[in-house]
Design a protein around this ligand. Structure first.
Ligand code: SAH
Ligand code: SF4
Length: 352
């Protein structure tokens, strides 16, 4: 194969460790890692010619073997509540969405890890797409890079990206390696410098991968529980048949074991008439007893073609109150960006 047709390596696919082995392999000094990361992630430069502290000879060599390719930002939508959603197109034409949710003191970017999802949760619009493919690490970390670049170009943005949640399209733990490389970059001082408390992987509960996760990282973990027993969870989350609650809870406990201040955030989508009664709340409390926990209630967001119903505000309050009175920390996620289909579970990358 000629060097022209050989596939070039995308440097955005590599975290610090990956870059170190890449530069070693091509006979470059270790300090190239620091140089290149600072250009890409601190100065937002992805053009070798502008990397002026790297010799022309090295730059020319890099150009023949490496790229820093990113998806295209195809569309940006702004919600009346300030939430922004971007549609990104990959080089094979696949599309994914990412969402930026600002509040007074925090800016949360919600990124995708797969095109579609194979897990088929009954309440999720992404599930309807089926699974198309994993995103590369470059395609995941590019979302943070691109969102920051878009926000910097925009007036009236009073808070940048302070938090990243892997809660967009797809199941992060079924795209394990790429998710780890991308989250490493989010937390790396030479890249996005976010603390581990501010980077959250959300999983539907892939038990073996939760054990494996602990060996590789210490990002924050949110777990989509959504039901207080297997019977209900089986109905709305088919993945529960493979990894039932009695296996999931010990895996989560293990993830935070050995640290005094870490917690699991349990996500719980409240769906009218399915899992939203005070009895369900009491059962939920019993279930997670002994695990340092926060509970994040998410009122179900409806979407076209989904037969399930949104809970009333009263039902949500009643459920939250039962949990609050038990002494657990509970938050209710406010629906944001629903006028542009950017709310939880509404991401389906409709390119219209
Ligand atoms: N696959 C991962 C991460 C993406 S889903 C997971 O399931 O955790 C991110 C969150 O949005 C999950 O908690 C998911 O259950 C929730 N969600 C999905 N569809 C929703 C809907 N229609 N309304 C509210 N939340 C939803
Ligand atoms: Fe996949 Fe998460 Fe949607 Fe379930 S909720 S289908 S795991 S993206």
């Amino acid at each position: 194969m000629s060097s022209e047709t050989e596939k070039k390596i995308n440097l955005l696919d590599l975290d610090r460790e990956g870059l170190a082995s890449f530069f070693k392999k091509i006979g470059e000094k270790p300090y190239r890692v620091t140089q290149i990361m600072k250009w890409i992630y601190h100065r937002s430069i992805v053009d070798f010619d502008q990397m002026t502290d790297i010799s022309k000879k090295t730059r020319d060599h890099l150009k023949t073997i490496a790229t820093m390719d990113m998806p295209q930002v195809e569309k940006e939508q702004l919600s009346r509540d300030g939430t922004r959603k971007w549609l990104l197109r990959m080089d094979d034409n696949a599309v994914v969405e990412m969402v930026f949710i600002p509040t007074d003191d925090r800016g949360t970017l919600c990124v995708s890890t797969q095109v579609g999802c194979k897990l088929g949760c009954a309440f999720c619009a992404t599930a309807r797409l089926g699974f198309q493919r994993n995103l590369s690490a470059a395609e995941i970390i590019s979302q943070v890079w691109l969102a920051r670049a878009c926000l910097e170009k925009t007036d009236n943005v009073n808070v940048g990206i302070t938090n990243v949640v892997l809660m967009g399209m797809g199941e992060p733990l079924l795209n394990f390696q790429n998710t780890i490389a991308a989250t490493n970059l989010m937390m790396d001082d030479l890249a996005f410098k976010l603390s581990k408390r501010r980077v959250t992987i959300s999983t539907s509960g892939i038990v073996p991968e939760i054990y494996r996760l602990k060996e590789h990282t210490d990002v924050s973990l949110a777990v989509s529980l959504h039901a207080p027993d297997n019977q209900i969870r089986n109905k709305i989350m088919p993945v529960n048949k493979q990894y039932p609650i009695e296996e999931l809870i010990p895996a989560c406990k293990n993830y935070i074991a050995g640290s005094t201040h870490r917690t699991i955030t349990w996500e719980y989508v409240l769906i009218a008439g399915i899992n939203d009664s005070p009895e369900h709340a009491k059962k939920l409390i019993k279930l997670i007893k002994g695990v340092p926990s926060k509970i994040n209630l998410i009122p179900f967001n409806s979407f076209h073609g989904c037969g399930m119903k949104e809970p009333t505000a009263k039902t949500v309050d009643r459920f939250a109150e039962v949990i609050y009175k038990s002494g657990l920390t509970v938050t209710v996620r406010k629906s944001r960006g629903d006028d542009i289909d950017a709310a939880c579970g509404q991401l389906a990358a409709k390119n219209d």
